[in-house]
Design a protein around this ligand. Structure first.
Ligand SMILES: N[C@@H](CCC(=O)N[C@@H](CS)C(=O)NCC(=O)O)C(=O)O
Length: 232
């Protein structure tokens, strides 16, 4: 039995991490039997989630999980795509995972700190809660600074996010999935990114949020329904 280890539920999502959500989406798209378990990134081989466990094999990283499903388990996500579509998909994957992701991290952990504290550490005894949250927030700030996003002002970060989301909404247009009628692995990325932008209270960026684009909201609903996403 395959086991997918993801961040525990919060913010009304089965997993409030775009990478965990992407892995869940890929598993749902694969049609394989698997179970989801909440885990702790500190215990993961690369100190990040998601990871996939298949017997005695451990596969960290959502991209490597996708490759494992394709190469080892025969799942075919994208063979219908032509090289131009593959190139566009790769560009949008980087937009979501290497740029827009960091806008979300900033909005969630820095700008909406009280909400994040309550959602992620609400069950921690009050005396410990501030301590643990401050520790995590410090790590997040360091990561944001190292990546570069954290060196910008709030207004600049929002503008980056709004431009990324505009690119997604414009490219999608009225198509049911990212490249038309057939969903591919890029849809797992786009869905996971958008759904993490749709959580209540932290629609990011506030200017030009996902919620303000009807085609993106409808896309999330369509993906959710088609792949019977658990607990979204
Ligand atoms: N490249 C990885 C990124 C995974 C990732 O960044 N996961 C974050 C949560 S969204 C994480 O585990 N962070 C824990 C930490 O940095 O301590 C993937 O595609 O799976």
């Amino acid at each position: 039995m395959l086991t997918l280890i993801v961040f525990p539920p919060a913010m009304g999502l089965k997993s409030p991490s775009p990478f965990s959500m992407k892995a869940i989406a890929l598993m749902q798209m694969s049609g394989l039997k698997y179970k989801i378990k909440a885990g702790d990134p500190r215990k993961a081989p690369k100190k990040k989630l998601p990871i996939l466990i298949d017997g005695n094999k451990t596969i960290p990283d959502s991209t490597h999980i996708q490759a494992y499903l394709e190469k080892e388990l025969g799942v075919d996500f994208d063979s219908w795509m032509n090289p131009e579509q593959m190139a566009i998909a790769q560009s949008f994957r980087c937009l979501c995972e290497d740029h827009l992701y960091w806008v979300g991290v900033y909005v969630r952990w820095i700008e909406n700190a009280d909400y994040a504290k309550a959602e992620f550490f609400g069950k921690v005894p009050p005396l410990m809660r501030n301590f643990v949250f401050n520790m995590v927030q410090k790590q997040v700030r360091t990561a944001l600074f190292g990546q570069g996003m954290g060196r910008h002002t709030s207004k600049e970060i929002h503008a980056f996010g709004a431009t990324d989301i505009k690119a997604i909404t414009d490219f999608l247009g009225e198509k049911p999935f990212f490249f038309g009628d057939t969903p591919g692995s890029i849809d797992a990325v786009i869905f996971a990114t958008l759904i993490n932008n749709l959580v209540p209270k932290t629609p990011f960026p506030p200017e030009g949020s996902v919620r303000s684009y009807p085609n993106l909201v409808a896309y999330c609903e369509r993906f959710n329904e088609r792949f019977d996403m658990p607990g979204v």
